[in-house]
Design a protein around this ligand. Structure first.
Ligand code: ATP
Ligand code: MG
Length: 553
């Protein structure tokens, strides 16, 4: 979709590794922890990992990094798979770190036998106390000099469930004076008497991330293990473990995580919004989750294009939410069916159009599409709904829409002139009375009249009702995470506006969840999952123009 671009730094590394013969086949992996739904940040990592093997051949594994039994659920595994497929990618192997628990246990035993790991009975606080500081070396644990036999025995008993949670840990024996704090005898196994979503009660000890991730990469012969910048300090340990265990030398590369303005991007925080009822669920259309974006009407193409445009950076940055909106607007402009919907209705009566007469007009579905997206039938009659904002009792300068005495074209139909209007007791305009020009029908206009404005409408007799939900940013702060106080202090109270009764063309009665629509002059919309034939509900994916562009730039 995008124009040619230069190679990013990961592509450069891969091209070198393939041309030098270091690797024959590129193998990457996407390793989500099944502790929540995937978000747009994960989409970035998905597009990167799968995109690389699409470009250079080889394959990508999907590996569920399920080493924490407490937070992981099968519901999350299922949703994560669904989201990856929906984005348009297919993994070669579906794998689980938990499938490697036996191998990882054996690796730990290997380390112990090499005198490179020991069982430590210190509490977490004691371990922290002896860890030192970035500028000050740590001190050796009193359990560091245990014999290999004693360590093997104790580790076996940890596995056998002889100790309660927290009683002891297995630590790699590296260097308590290392300038890299992570190398100061990291904990590699901990005791957790908790059932795991896949292994059930088989295990009561679980490997820590650092002992599971690199080893899993190596088991799968991952050539390029791509992760986010927080893991830079972990790389030394990643390499150390692979070297000491003498296993396949996977290599870790880091890129900057994606941050998007006016939202938060951590499963833990998103879970909080769900649990506290701030949003209706993981797929609330205001959520930055892939399921939320899908429900909102985003297309996989637009998300992939967004990930392509932002590129791969080595430094943290904040990407504008408006870029994501730009990408979906661009894709929907080419693909969405144009329809007419009136969100804030006011009645328009055509006094010289015969009462009871009906005409079927023809509307192009998409002037931007090559085949114009086909066409549809639009019923017309003497009584219409138009948008309240398309009439001004005392028109401003350069007002080209309806006003007393003014002419306007009704989209796909005729030119009308506003002759008079009716007000209720409170002074609200309730009805416009117009006359139409019979020879001005769109496509066969012989009236010779030029009008500057065109407005949309729906024939009131034929109109259907719909609820319309419009969304705005979930947060008022650009970066709610880095503000003072709690990120929830910055929730946007107006992030959703519901119009209970809009009027839509009868054509939309057949709308389905996969279809995307442009409500002309209004924005892009799609059917919501709560919708039913008796109660149609549409979500606004995005407005036609960036409403924030002027005020915020
Ligand atoms: P979260 O805090 O949202 O749970 P995480 O990094 O803990 O994020 P994982 O499920 O462990 O989530 O991540 C799976 C993969 O997605 C990892 O390789 C991770 O680096 C990547 N990833 C997660 N968040 C982002 C992000 N914002 N930008 C780019 N990649 C990300
Ligand atoms: Mg994680």
């Amino acid at each position: 979709m995008s124009e040619e671009r230069s190679l990013n730094f990961i592509e450069e590394i891969i091209e070198n590794d393939l041309s030098s013969g270091k690797y024959e086949t590129l193998i990457t992996r996407f390793p989500p922890e099944p502790n929540g739904y995937l978000h747009i940040g994960h989409a970035k990592a998905i597009c990167l990992n799968f995109g690389l093997t699409q470009k250079y051949g080889g394959y990508t594994n999907l590996r569920f990094d399920d080493t924490n039994p407490v937070t992981e659920k099968t519901e999350y595994v299922d949703s994560q798979q669904h989201d990856i497929k929906w984005l348009g990618f297919q993994w070669k192997n579906e794998l689980y770190t938990s499938d490697y628990f036996d191998t990882l246990y054996d690796y730990a035993v290997t380390l112990i036998k090499k005198g490179l790991a020991y069982v430590d009975h210190s509490t977490a606080e004691e371990i922290a106390e002896l860890k030192g500081t970035p500028t000050e070396a740590g001190k050796n644990s009193p359990y560091r000099s245990r014999s290999i036999e004693e360590n093997l025995d104790l580790f076996g008993r940890m596995k056998a469930g002889e100790f309660p949670d927290g009683a002891c840990t297995l630590r790699a024996l590296i260097d308590m004076a290392s300038p890299n704090m992570i190398m100061r005898d990291p904990v590699i196994y901990r005791i957790k008497h908790a059932a795991h979503h896949r292994t059930g009660d088989k295990w009561c000890i679980y490997p820590m991330y650092d002992f599971a991730h690199g080893q899993s990469d190596s088991i799968e012969t991952i050539t390029h293990s791509i992760c986010t910048l927080e893991y830079v300090p972990h790389r030394e340990l990643y390499d150390w473990l692979i070297e000491k265990l003498e296993i396949f030398p996977s290599k870790q590369y880091e890129f900057a995580r994606l941050n998007v303005s006016y939202t938060v991007m951590s499963k833990r925080k998103l879970l909080q919004l769900v649990n506290e009822g701030v949003v209706s669920g993981w797929d609330d259309p205001r959520m930055p989750t892939i399921s939320g974006l899908r429900r909102r009407g985003y297309t996989p193409e637009s998300i992939r294009e967004f990930c392509e445009r932002i590129g791969i950076a080595k430094r943290e940055n904040l990407i504008e939410l408006s870029l994501l909106e730009f990408c979906v607007r661009e894709h929907l402009n080419k693909t969405a069916t144009r329809v007419m919907a009136v969100l804030d209705p006011i009645k328009l009566i055509i006094t010289n159009y015969p009462e009871g007469k009906e005409e079927i007009l023809i509307g192009e579905n998409n002037p931007e599409a090559e085949d114009k997206g086909g066409s549809r039938e639009i019923p017309f009659s003497n009584e219409l709904w138009i948008e309240r904002e398309d009439f001004m009792e005392e028109p401003a300068k350069k007002w080209f829409r309806l006003a007393p005495g003014a002419l306007v074209r009704l989209k796909h139909a005729y030119i009308v002139k506003c002759d008079s209007f009716v007000k209720d007791a409170e002074g609200n305009i309730t009805e416009l009375r117009c006359s139409y020009v019979p020879e001005s029908k769109s496509g066969e206009d012989t009236s010779g009249i030029n009008v500057k404005g065109t407005i949309h409408w729906v024939s009131s007799k034929h109109a259907k009702h719909a609820e319309v939900r419009m969304y705005d940013r979930l947060f008022t702060a650009e970066s709610p995470d880095s503000e003072d106080g709690d990120f929830k202090d910055y929730l946007n109270p107006d992030s959703i506006t519901v119009i209970k009764q809009a009027y839509i063309e009868p054509y939309l009665t057949d709308a389905n969840r996969d279809s995307k629509y442009q409500f002309i002059r209004k924005g892009y919309y799609c059917l919501d999952k709560d919708s039913s034939p008796e109660h149609l509900i549409f979500n606004r994916t995005v407005s036609l123009k960036d409403a924030w562009a002027k005020t915020n730039k």
